[in-house]
Design a protein around this ligand. Structure first.
Ligand code: UD1
Ligand code: CA
Length: 465
């Protein structure tokens, strides 16, 4: 089928009063993306010629977030913004975008608060609208609890008659369980004419976009597109609905990964953001959080309560209980934890190990090197085959600046060593336990920097070790 000239208009100006938030509603996150990103990503899949967004409440913040992130979200269609100055309802929001409508043949209007919408449903609906040469089409679903939504009122022939808002519904209409999803397609010219006929309605004297459908029906077919998948219509108006939306999306995401060969021990308690990729035969225990753009390879094992944000984990990695990884990269065959912490810009090369209660920050841990117990390694370049004893600390901060520690290949670091940076230890050097290293150590050198043991015997006689 030849793609017609499609366009999408997203309404994102509303105050979102019921969220009780300083953050504009479209920017609240659901599984790692702001709500508006989910809507834009679905809109993008329709390959529209243009996308418009109506902004109002928090306009600048919404606009900037979209402009800064749209390419990362995969949105390539140029986005135009229209400011709604008076927040007088969804009808007045669309009116704010009149210059947009006047350029389009047809337009799909989407609410800015329905993150669960599905691109394939929208595509089917748009196609049906085009084939039917309709004036308008609304996506309707039957829901278990229609409270709060606009109801679809049908006539004696079961055809669309009008939409009645919850606030204006009488007892009979409140019983209707077929609701308006807030997603529509319009013939643009028909919509422009109908907008001019709107009058303020309801307790808040708002201009309802939903009233345009009955006006358009007087001139052109007004059709209902139904979907059995009612979850996709969930509108986020409150924190409770935000949590519901996240729960539904999480279940979708988890199903997707399981379908691709990932084992989730307890999917109800596994939190994977929409942008995460996971290889087959990886096993993930309960309580894990995989966030942002995280990528996990094949054959990895994540024990419970592992937290990973914006990081890359390659194949065959084991992450034991409670491991916490931020903005870092872990090569094949590494092993971390229990309770290891990689802070941003850490890189573990092949087969490296970072164990119990060790913290790594902005450091490279070379191939096969081990930092197994109770250590802090920051701002460090560590070569291959290094063994770091328990309790070793890089003293990277002098109160003003951060300094680098360089540890060459195959260095052996005894337990409880301090490296006072900047300092370099060359390959195959050995550092005695308890040393505080402040100066360069030559290759294969042995550095011991601790005071000699003194034993005071009972009689008061001094004896050296
Ligand atoms: C709206 C529909 C309702 C539907 C429901 C689906 C109307 C009148 N009612 O109700 O039939 O069942 O969505 O979720 O449209 N907005 C603006 N400017 C405004 C007011 C709203 O841009 O002045 C935007 C909001 O940001 C939001 C969308 O329009 O994205 C819908 O507004 P909202 O207040 O959430 O409408 P509902 O009461 O949920
Ligand atoms: Ca809503």
């Amino acid at each position: 089928m030849v793609a017609k000239n499609r366009s999408v208009l997203i309404l994102a100006a509303g105050k979102g009063t019921r969220m009780k938030s300083n953050l504009p509603k479209p920017l609240h996150a659901v599984c790692g993306f702001p709500i508006i990103a989910h809507i834009l990503r679905a809109a993008q899949q329709l390959k529209p010629a243009a996308i418009g967004i109506v902004i109002g409440h928090g306009a600048q913040q919404v606009k900037q977030t979209v402009l800064d992130n749209m390419s990362a979200w995969g949105v390539t269609t140029p986005v135009e913004f229209f400011v709604q100055t008076e927040l007088a309802g969804s009808g007045s929001a669309v009116k704010a975008a009149l210059p947009f409508l006047q350029k389009q043949e047809s337009v799909m209007v989407l609410a800015g608060d329905t993150p669960l919408l599905k691109a394939e449903t929208l595509a089917q609906m748009y196609e049906q609208f085009e084939n039917a040469k309709a004036g308008t089409m609304v996506l309707a679903v039957k829901v278990p609890n229609p409270a709060g939504y606009g109801r679809i009122v049908r006539d004696g022939q079961n055809q669309f008659e009008k939409i009645v808002e919850d606030a204006d519904a009488d007892g009979t209409i409140k019983k209707i369980d077929e609701i308006n999803s807030g997603m529509y397609v319009f013939n643009s010219a028909a919509l422009v004419q109908a907008l001019a006929k709107l009058t303020p309605q309801g307790p808040k004297h708002e201009y309802y976009l939903t009233d345009t459908l009955a006006f358009i029906k007087q001139e052109m077919p007004a059709l209902v597109f139904t979907s059995a998948d009612y979850e996709q219509a969930l509108g986020v108006n409150s924190r409770e609905q935000l949590a519901q939306a996240a729960q539904i999306m999480r279940a979708r995401i988890n199903r997707y990964h399981m379908d691709n060969g990932v084992t989730l021990i307890n999917p109800q308690d596994t939190y994977i953001d929409a942008g995460v990729q996971i290889g087959a035969d990886t096993t993930i225990a309960s309580g894990c959080y995989l966030l942002g753009n995280t990528q996990i390879g094949q054959n990895c094992t994540l024990e419970s309560s592992v937290y990973i944000n914006n990081s890359v984990i390659h194949n065959d990695v084991t992450l034991k209980l409670g491991t916490y990884i931020e903005e870092s990269e872990v090569a094949e065959n590494c092993q971390l934890g229990p309770y290891a912490h990689l802070r941003p810009k850490s890189i573990l090369k092949k087969g490296a190990k970072v164990g119990n209660f060790s913290e790594i920050k902005k450091a490279v841990i070379g191939e096969g090197s081990k930092v197994n117990h109770l250590s802090y390694i920051g701002d460090t370049q560590m070569g291959a085959g290094v063994n770091v004893g328990a309790g070793t600390i890089t003293c990277n901060y002098d109160g003003k600046n951060k300094h680098t520690t360089v540890i060459g290949d195959h260095v052996f670091v005894g337990s409880n060593v301090n490296f006072v940076a900047p300092v370099t230890v060359h390959e195959y050097a050995k550092i005695g336990a308890g040393s505080t290293i402040t100066k360069e150590v030559a290759a294969q050198g042995l550095a011991i920097a601790r005071s000699r043991q003194v034993v005071l015997e009972k009689k008061g006689v001094k004896k050296n070790d």
